[in-house]
Design a protein around this ligand. Structure first.
Ligand code: APR
Length: 317
């Protein structure tokens, strides 16, 4: 199969719009369905539909048009969510985003039970367990088909290393494992190819921190105007492209992703995986860690366990 239907759920947002723009340029996509609750959604679809690339774009606004959007999907990418509003606590925000992801997963179970689901909505560490539990309840769960998008962590690490080494970041290969927030983000700088040109451990640790906190770097620079959207859309489109190349039957498609895992105590964990005809075909693990990276992993696990439990508890409610 070479003709794929891809859905973006949350397609009118800061991430969703540039993600649609990038996916419209992917030649493997024949149908691009844009779903959102925002009134502008049909307009975003009309706008993108004027691009002279093959993918046929459809716009779907509001829950009554969701079934149609999802039906027949090979891949559903989810950046739907709400930004934190004044007076909203972190828990409030979590509950709103968690409900959005849960409802989308219910609809995917009904209309496209074989679709690959790629989740961008934060907190990714908790949203993947939520979607997984919902699909499980519906009897259609396959751990190979539910992924948390951690590609931006890899993209950032490669960009920073490219800068440090004075090389094209496209030539940098660097695994980032664990999860998708703060201390759960573990860049394996010791495995960077080419090796990172930093002589002392202090600089390695500073680069590690920069990668872990890169989202905050963008939030601060945008001065109240939101969080990372353009680089996130780029990362989402890259992961989506890799999933589709895998589905098409291309071999050796490798990306990092946050998936169901038994490598550590954490039931979900990100590391390099092989993407193939059924989604995640093979977990490549994370190889040898140096002492510093072992410590980072030790620090990440409790946080990951907490995030996963929060997601699973929500899904059981
Ligand atoms: N179904 C579909 N779309 C929804 C829903 C819903 N139930 N609720 C909200 N949306 C849409 C909004 O209408 C909006 O167009 O999701 C989009 C979110 O866009 P933004 O608010 O611009 O947020 P964005 O910066 O794109 O981030 C989205 O990704 O990285 C994460 O933390 C981020 O969880 C957030 C998400």
């Amino acid at each position: 199969q070479k003709n794929f239907k891809v859905v973006v759920a949350g397609a009118a947002g800061g991430i969703g719009q540039p993600l649609g723009l990038l996916l419209k340029q992917n030649a493997l996509i024949t149908r691009l369905a844009l779903y959102d609750i925002a009134p502008v959604t049909p307009g975003v679809a009309a706008d993108l539909s004027h691009m002279d690339t093959a993918a046929k774009v459809s716009g779907h606004k509001g829950p009554e048009q969701l079934d149609d959007a999802i039906k027949g999907a090979d891949l559903v990418v989810i950046p739907a969510g709400v930004p934190r509003k004044p007076g909203m606590t972190r828990d409030d925000l979590f509950n709103v985003n968690a409900s959005i992801v849960r409802d989308l997963a219910v609809c995917i179970a009904k209309n496209a039970p074989k679709a690959i689901v790629a989740i961008i909505t934060n907190p990714v560490n908790s949203m993947v367990p939520i979607a997984s539990e919902v699909l499980k309840k519906a009897g259609v769960y396959d751990p190979k088909r539910v992924l948390g998008v951690t590609t931006l962590d890899v993209v950032r690490a490669a960009a920073f290393i490219g800068e440090i080494n004075g090389v094209d970041p496209q030539s940098v290969s660097i695994p980032v494992i664990g999860g998708h927030s703060g201390v759960t983000i573990i860049p394996l700088l010791s495995q960077s190819k080419p090796a990172v040109k930093l002589s002392d451990q202090g600089k390695i640790e500073a680069l590690t921190k920069r990668i872990q906190e890169a989202g905050t770097e963008v939030v601060k620079a945008k001065a109240g105007g939101g969080s990372a959207t353009l680089s996130m859309a780029y990362a989402g489109a890259r992961l989506a492209g890799a999933v589709l190349r895998g589905l098409k039957g291309e071999s050796n498609v490798v990306e990092c992703a946050y998936i169901k895992s038994d490598l550590t105590e954490a039931a979900y964990f990100a590391n390099p995986v092989v993407l193939g005809k059924n989604g995640v075909e093979k977990n490549l693990g994370y190889g040898n860690l140096n002492d510093y990276e072992k410590q980072l992993l030790k620090d990440a696990i409790p946080e990951l366990l907490k995030n996963i439990k929060t997601g699973e508890d929500f899904a059981k409610k």
